[in-house]
Design a protein around this ligand. Sequence first.
Ligand SMILES: [Zn+2]
Length: 196
Amino acid sequence: MNIDESAISFEQEAEKLELFGFKYETREDLLIGVRAFYSDKGYALSICGSKLEKYVVLQCDRGGQYRDVRGVPLDEREKTTGTRRINCPFKIKGKKTDEGIWIIEIRNLSHNHEASADISDYHSLRQLSQEDIKKVDHMTRSRIPSRQILSSLRQKKLELKAISKTVYNVKAKIHREKLEGRTIIQALLDELGGGT
Ligand SMILES: [Zn+2]
């Protein structure tokens, strides 16, 4: 078996497991959480379809139709045509359940390009103090909706991206604690039957 391929699929399995844990009270919360999750990985997502209070479909910002009229090779399209769209197949769907919560439905987790390593994200995160992060943690545990947490922090005129990322990170941390202290990878291994 090709080692690289199994590493990629293992990474995707871990990603799937995380996405299955995503549950939000509103469409807005889902968009904030999912975008922060993927911006950490180096991908930007855009909305490519939605129906109010039913679903929202997200694709990679490098997804979408690119018409190959001039036969320009894939890796030269951006500089020769100015488009970032290279038909990246990544697609997930946020869906409102009958119980009224928003969950993720996976369509395709593959990308046909490298993630972009934008370290500016790390700098913007530093704008939040320890106290801010504790505040997010407390509000999240008190089941205060993300939008309310965001607006309370936004009064400090911090970058929205930094705030939403922190809200996501705290939620993810709490979710991980719910997995009885197991790490995502351990939880995945247990799911697969341990293999011992
Ligand atoms: Zn992509």
